[in-house]
Design a protein around this ligand. Structure first.
Ligand code: BGC
Length: 803
């Protein structure tokens, strides 16, 4: 590592107050390790197989230096777990008894030992490792004893580390191409393993044609990565992962590509046409592998009974899945709808339900019933095109329901018609684009099946935010009786009574964290603490809450399980297994003394280059919402809290702390908010984290519509809202002088994390109390303080600590 790298790395460690020796035992609960392995394996997607997989007893030659230096996870807060071990591909394959060609094995072992990669530092981590050169003679000799070659290519991206349109990131390096050329020339059977968190360019596969016999997309599988890939390669596990993103032929085929990565703002011109919603409607020919796609070592035949109950506004698909092949396997039943174009325009396919089957033995069958409420598939009319502005509507016309194993191949199983447009819910306008920053959004023009891309002006704000806020300011809680928080816990007093007794200082302390990461109030290496952060609050019985990252496991200065990446978990489509894994993580959290896991990360994969896609789940809001709900249920079953993040539209890492996501309200409600809505309604997270970015001009952490009107009023959320780490100062355009922290608390973003001296805001001086007299009210501080205290009461692990 260069001296420069060392200095910069030290700087980042100090800034985060994290560093020092890793503490504790390397023990991981065996059931957690085996569950992580099972889930990582279920998240692997078999993209191609001409029979080369599974590998039998024959010798295999393993190529690619990543076999040793395997990328088990991406970078940043969602990857920085002190894993007790990481199983690479060589170890995994040997572990399941696959015979590796000894010369090739030795060559890579020696080469990697003398070419140890520089691990880089925050935001400058390596996205690939230099490929090992291989001699023609080595390859030729190996091909004489080994029937099959496995070639592995690895990539990583992360927080503050966007995937780039460069060789070694989105594209293969010259070294990797050379390796593939040599291997495909010498071997009849070549299995390609892609070890990555993001989708990378796969157009090179077309060039190799039949020379590459099988392709596995192995989304980073955490500490059990190598074991999971080996399980699939050896056939111990029959692959059942499905793509949660569309893989397009070239990057420029993705509809976000023209607007991704701008520093100041991003116009989401593709509107609701993200991922397969775009490709199936406008550009079917650009798809290499469709959303939902994934092969198995067996075959399934699915038949369906469709039933529509228009009176109760639901439809149901009862699928029978027969394993017609020779091996036991699991199928993912996917239900899509095609809605009438109406006045709003709709994608030709929208996923409305899915179910992973149990393991079905050869010749056996399983059933899956998927029931869909029409209200859940309604479209949002942001501009009043149907005559119903700010309403969720089901437009008049024919609805077709398709079932199958991916977005492209799903077959029509039933249809129903609505004679007139139905309003299923009247809503309030939420963070719409501002007139000054209007842009045009995509819609399907012309006839179904031959749509061309039309653009029309985005609907802009019509409501008055100032009026809305003023009319809804909370009233003050008043009390003179002294009491402790313990009395509230015991049910002797109400929470509101207790909040009413708190001083301004106490209230304010409950609305920010303990100033820095690695708070002395929590386990070493924590991301922060909040709650009882002052002596005074602790005397009243309020305990501090320890908070730790993140989606890939507990990030502390002690050993903890490194979990499969978000995309791997989602690709399993297995909600039950995801829930089970995180219930085991909850046990680990209790052992380590952390009460909140800053997970799941659940922003949508709007663009394949987003550095944090590995932490997130999918381009689809239903998959993201359902898998996130499973994670939350798992964590919270152990009496600790999850914290879904980043609410909302943190869809790129470039300038994430100041970027403005300019999005139509329709796309927000049908996609970017939808995933959170599903998660919140299905799993009741105790806490949510806002994003760094602005949404239509307002930072998420200052956004009243987001944290109050939508989250609390419309969705009925009763939990806590915290910021992402550090915020920027900002003037409130609607209320002069109610700026910075007062602006945030007025929005009901309750707790500033980690709370103090910051990279983003410069210094912590902008106390909310300074805005008293400028219209900011004590009752607003009370409301957020009450949310913090309610969190402590609702989370078993913190409730037990109340004095
Ligand atoms: C990330 C969050 C993370 C937090 C604490 C931020 O930089 O965006 O996802 O939870 O840091 O580490």
């Amino acid at each position: 590592m260069s001296a420069f790298s060392k200095i910069v790395r030290l700087f980042f460690r100090l800034a985060q107050n994290i560093g020092g020796e890793v503490a504790g035992e390397k023990n991981i609960a065996p059931e957690l390790a085996s569950c992580a392995r099972e889930l990582a394996a279920e998240g692997i997607v078999l993209l191609k197989n001409d029979g080369a997989l599974p590998i039998g007893d024959d010798e295999v030659a393993l190529f690619g230096r990543v076999q040793q230096d395997y990328f088990c996870v991406g970078y940043g807060s969602g990857g920085d777990v002190k894993a007790p071990y990481k199983v690479n591909l060589v170890q995994g394959l040997k572990g399941v008894g696959i015979k590796l060609n000894p010369e090739v094995d030795k060559y890579y072992r020696d080469w990697c030992a003398s070419n140890i990669p520089d691990e880089g530092f925050w935001g400058h981590w390596p996205m690939c490792f230099e490929e090992a050169p291989i001699a023609d003679e080595l390859v030729r000799k190996a091909s004489q004893s080994a029937k099959t070659a496995i070639a592995v290519i690895g990539r990583a991206a992360g927080e503050d580390r966007e995937q780039k349109l460069e060789k070694g990131s989105f594209y293969l390096t010259d070294g990797e191409i050379e390796m593939l050329d040599k291997v495909t020339k010498a071997f009849d059977k070549v299995v390609l393993v892609i070890d990555a968190g993001n989708i990378i360019d796969l157009s090179f596969l077309e060039g190799y044609g039949d020379k590459i016999s099988a392709v596995l997309y192995a989304f980073q599988g955490g500490m059990e990565s190598g074991n999971a890939v080996a399980d699939v390669i050896s056939g111990r596990v029959n692959p059942s992962g499905r793509l949660t993103d569309t893989i397009a032929r070239t990057y420029s085929d993705y509809p976000s590509s023209e607007n991704f990565g701008n520093k100041k703002f991003n116009n989401y011109c593709e509107d609701i046409y993200v991922g397969y919603r775009y490709f199936e409607t406008f550009a079917r020919e650009c798809v290499l592998f469709p959303f939902g796609y994934g092969l198995s070592y067996t075959d399934f035949a699915t038949s369906c009974v469709f039933d529509c109950d228009l009176e109760n506004k639901r439809f149901e698909v009862e699928a029978t899945i027969v394993n017609t092949g020779k091996r036991a396997g699991k199928e993912v039943v996917q239900v899509y709808v095609e809605m009438p174009q109406g006045r709003l325009g709709k994608p030709l396919r929208s996923l409305v339900g899915f179910k992973k089957t149990a393991l079905i033995g050869a010749g056996e069958a399983d059933n899956a019933t998927i029931s869909v409420a029409l209200a859940d598939i309604a479209s949002y009319d942001d501009g009043g095109l149907t005559g119903n502005p700010s309403c969720f509507v089901l437009e008049q016309g024919e609805y077709r329901v398709y079932v199958g194993s991916n977005a492209r191949e799903a077959q029509l199983v039933g249809k129903f018609s609505l004679d007139e447009t139905i309003v299923v819910k009247e809503a309030e306008e939420i963070c719409p684009p501002d007139k000054k920053h209007a842009f045009e959004v995509l819609y399907p023009k012309g006839e179904s099946g031959e749509f061309t891309k039309g653009y029309r002006p985005v609907a802009t704000r019509t409501s008055d935010l100032r009026e809305r806020i003023e009319a809804r300011l909370p009233s003050a809680l008043v009390s003179r009786v002294k009491m402790s928080f313990g009395e509230v816990r015991r049910g002797e007093r109400t929470l509101s009574e207790f909040v009413a007794t708190l001083s301004d200082e106490d209230l304010e302390s409950l609305t920010h964290g303990d100033l820095k990461m690695n708070s002395p109030l929590g386990a070493i290496g924590n991301a922060g603490a909040f709650g009882g952060i002052t002596e005074q609050l602790r005397k009243k019985g309020v305990p501090p809450v320890t908070v730790t990252d993140g989606p890939s496991g507990i990030r502390l200065n002690s050993y903890a399980s490194l979990l499969p990446s978000g995309t791997a978990i989602a690709s399993s489509f297995n909600e039950e297994l995801a829930e089970r894994l995180y219930s085991l993580v909850a046990v680990e959290m209790n052992e380590k003394g952390t009460q909140m896991l800053l997970a799941p990360g659940m922003n949508l994969h709007r663009d394949p280059l987003c550095g944090r896609n590995f932490e997130y789940f999918s381009e689809d809001p239903l998959v993201s919402g359902k898998i996130a709900a499973a994670v939350v249920r798992g964590v919270q079953s152990g009496g600790v809290s999850a914290c879904p993040k980043h609410f909302a539209c943190n869809n790129q890492e470039t300038a994430r702390a100041k970027n403005d996501s300019r999005v139509s309200e329709r796309a927000l409600r049908e996609l970017y908010f939808k995933s959170f809505e599903i998660c919140i309604k299905e799993s009741k997270p105790l806490c949510i984290m806002t994003s760094y970015n602005k949404i239509n001009g307002v930072y998420s952490y200052h956004n009243y519509d987001l944290a109050t009107t939508l989250l609390r009023k419309e969705w009925g959320y009763e939990g806590l809202v915290i910021t992402d780490w550090w915020t920027k100062r900002a003037k409130n355009p609607n209320f002069k002088g109610v700026d910075d922290n007062a602006y945030r608390i007025r929005a009901q973003v309750d707790v500033l994390m980690p709370g103090g001296g910051s990279r983003l805001s410069g210094k912590y001086s902008h106390s909310a109390r300074l805005a008293y007299g400028k219209g900011f009210k004590r009752s607003e501080l009370q409301r957020s303080a009450e949310n913090t205290l309610r969190f402590i009461l609702n989370c078993k692990a913190t409730k037990d600590k109340i004095g």
